[in-house]
Design a protein around this ligand. Structure first.
Ligand code: PEP
Length: 247
């Protein structure tokens, strides 16, 4: 079975009710490739508004989830609460949370498991810093991040892996098609040896890091690039061109 192309938009901590409604109106009115699965991740405060305003067929993701179902965890949101609100996906492991909020591999793995157990799909972000790439540690770092999740769950059917080199996020420095394809192929090899041949064949591995309407088509042609996680460009009308990169 061919892997369905997947494009996620990570709004990060950007937007207002008005600007998010404008983005949604643009998506609702656009001609989107029906073969592409589209998910947007607005800030938590706007998840419900987004779900209500979006047309059917475009899903909503949280940018974060907690690893417990309920209780005294001030400021956190559970998978159950997201599901209850019509949110069907969540990000985990974004480098901004790994670096700025000091989230470790094990915590991210627990959050991923809680989200999957709660019935959400997970966009699991992994990726190396520039220093780690220059030290030839890219594959070691990425597989370490993946392994932490594999220790918590063997069911990867609702996981989309987002390879996001930290040096390419928000910098305008996109990985070359060769650099991205090489890591994606390694991730697929790792899935085969650690999870299963089926997981390796079926799991979407998407690329994130300064994807734009200019570079998306070349990246989308690579054998192991199954879509994109888009930050900055997901706030702009050009997001539609990225969704249609394979059309
Ligand atoms: C991201 O935040 O996941 C991302 C890839 O950002 P950008 O597209 O802005 O580099």
């Amino acid at each position: 079975m061919a892997r369905q192309f997947f494009v996620g938009g990570n709004f990060k901590m950007n937007g207002t009710i008005k600007s998010i409604q404008d983005i949604i109106r643009n998506l609702n009115d656009a001609k989107l490739d029906p073969k592409t699965e589209v998910v947007i991740a607005p800030p938590a405060l706007y998840l419900l508004t987004a779900r209500e305003a979006l047309r059917q067929g475009i899903e909503v993701a949280a940018q974060n989830v907690f690893d417990k179902p309920n209780g005294a965890f001030t400021g956190e949101i559970s998978a159950e609460q997201l599901k209850d609100s019509g949110v069907t996906w969540t990000l985990t492991g974004h480098s901004e949370r790994r670096v700025i909020l000091a989230e470790g591999d094990e915590f991210i793995a627990r959050k991923t498991k809680a989200a999957l157990d709660g019935g959400l799909g997970v966009i699991l972000c992994v990726g190396e810093t520039l220093e780690q790439r220059e030290d030839n540690k890219t594959i070691e770092v990425v597989t370490r991040q993946l392994k932490a999740v594999a220790e918590q769950t063997k069911d990867w059917s609702k996981v989309v892996v987002a390879y996001e080199p930290v040096w390419a996020i928000g910098t305008g420095k996109v990985a070359s098609t060769e650099q991205a394809q090489e890591v994606h192929a390694e991730i697929r090899k790792w899935l085969s040896s650690t999870i299963s041949k089926e997981a390796s064949e079926n799991t979407r591995v998407i690329y994130g890091g300064s994807v734009s309407e200019k570079n998306c088509r070349d990246l989308a042609q690579q054998a192991d690039i199954d879509g994109f996680l888009v930050g900055g460009a997901s706030l702009k009308p050009a997001f539609v061109d990225i969704i249609n990169a394979k059309a």
